[in-house]
Design a protein around this ligand. Structure first.
Ligand SMILES: C[S@@+](CC[C@H](N)C(=O)[O-])C[C@H]1O[C@@H](n2cnc3c(N)ncnc32)[C@H](O)[C@@H]1O
Length: 223
């Protein structure tokens, strides 16, 4: 890995610049942990097509690694602070596109000709935002591309984590504290299916079967 990238990353990891503004106007950094930033760097390369929901230290890392990157975040101060830190550290943002919007509004309308190599989902954490982020981006992820979910301890993200773990199309590659790295093994084949819930392992668990029987009986007996 390029020495200059490692030196700049080390500086950022040490400073953890406070790019995220709080409601009271004070700044703090709720960026990916240093260990996750290190591992993320190993999974990307110059020219990778990458997308993240949210912005901050991760954006700086994608920029440092010379990725063609899209960062989606509705908060202009987070974007401005991220740009400021980039300038202070001579990180070029030439290949970074900032989209100042909520991802749930932007992504349904977004499309791309090129496949993505890496997706980081670390934007809005309220239910079901991580799921929407995944839903609208995953079809653009290439086979063996990386999907990174941060904050898997939060119930709203954990649901997606549990779902992906069950699906044969996805493989857990690495979990670092509260961040999961998945790889996409294949696309779910849904051609000619008018519904495909039954193709999802998540819907074939014993728990689901018991629940279905329970609600079926409840429906028939009207209780
Ligand atoms: C935990 S921070 C991201 C941290 C970043 N990955 C890093 O390493 O510094 C969450 C980010 O999500 C953004 N955000 C909040 N709601 C969002 C939404 N609905 N769509 C997209 N981004 C959102 C916030 O502006 C904030 O920048």
């Amino acid at each position: 890995m390029n020495e200059q990238i490692l030196t700049t990353l080390a500086r950022i990891k040490q400073a953890r610049p406070p790019v995220h503004i709080k409601k009271d106007g004070s700044y703090r950094c709720v960026g990916l942990s240093n260990e996750v930033l290190d591992f993320l760097l190993e999974t990307i390369e110059p020219g990778s097509n990458t997308l993240e929901t949210g912005c901050g230290l991760s954006t700086l890392l994608f920029a440092l690694a010379d990725c063609n990157h899209i960062a989606i975040a509705p908060n202009s101060t987070h974007i401005e602070e991220t740009k400021k830190v980039a300038a202070q550290n001579q990180i070029s943002l030439d290949k970074v596109t900032f989209v100042e919007k909520r991802s749930e509004h932007f992504l349904p309308m977004w499309s791309t000709e090129s496949q993505l190599d890496t997706i980081l989902i670390d934007g809005g954490h309220a239910f079901p935002l991580a799921i929407l982020d995944w839903f609208y981006t995953q079809q653009h992820l290439r086979q063996m591309g990386y999907l990174i979910l941060d904050d898997i301890g939060l119930q709203s993200v954990h649901v997606l984590f549990e779902f992906l773990k069950e699906q044969p199309e996805w493989e857990v590659f690495r979990i670092i504290h509260k961040t999961a790295f998945f790889r996409k093994l294949t696309n779910l084949q849904i051609e000619n299916e008018w519904d495909y819930w039954h193709k999802q392992s998540y819907n074939r668990s014993i728990k689901t079967k018991i629940r279905q029987v329970y609600y079926g009986v409840k429906h028939r007996l009207r209780f």
